[in-house]
Design a binder for this molecule. Structure first.
Ligand code: HEM
Length: 146
């Protein structure tokens, strides 16, 4: 369940960033309702993956013989700490993503560059989340072998 949450969350963000957005930009279709609807439909998946990752992570942590409270001398516990910080950052970026997306929806009807400004902000947030997701994934892999 822990790994499935990682695959759905970051697999979805990588698809949106590397496949969906480039096609939409090439077709100049960034303001179409179906495009905004597709991105909006993925937002609840981010939160369900966040909560299942946190809950399964805490369970895995408490069930692991390697885990000691407030002890960070081993590589395993250091990697775990990095992952916990990464998940906190990802929660903040995901909250920002929801705020920026609603600003985009409000600005879609305007002729100004406001919509484009928020859209580029959303792209930055998606890439930042992908980066920290990969960092946490590497830490998870490191924990599995340490
Ligand atoms: C974005 C955040 C996270 C990602 C990408 C992630 C990813 C992973 C991956 C890929 C594994 C290896 C699974 C395996 O061995 O097959 C793992 C294991 C684990 N994760 Fe996470 N995780 C994240 C957040 C967390 C959090 C927040 C916690 C604790 C609160 C946590 C606790 C654990 C534990 C205890 C293990 C088992 C490590 C071991 O094999 O000894 N993870 N995680």
């Amino acid at each position: 369940m822990h790994v499935i949450s990682v695959v759905v969350w970051f697999g979805g963000l990588i698809f949106i960033n590397a496949v969906f957005i480039p096609i939409v930009e090439h077709q100049e279709a960034t303001k179409l309702q179906v495009v905004l609807g597709t991105q909006k439909r993925f937002l609840p998946f981010i939160w369900s993956c966040f909560w299942s990752l946190l809950m399964t992570g805490i369970l895995l942590m408490l069930l692991s013989p390697k885990f000691l409270w407030f002890e960070y001398s081993t590589l395993w516990s250091k990697l775990l700490a990095i992952k916990q910080v990464a998940l906190l950052l990802l929660a903040f970026f995901s909250w920002q993503t929801v705020q920026v997306f609603s600003k985009m929806e409000q600005a879609v009807g305007n002729d100004s560059d406001e919509f484009e400004g928020w859209r580029l902000g959303l792209k930055k947030l998606i890439r930042r989340s992908i980066f920290w997701g990969i960092v946490a994934l590497m830490c998870g892999a490191g924990m599995a072998v340490s």
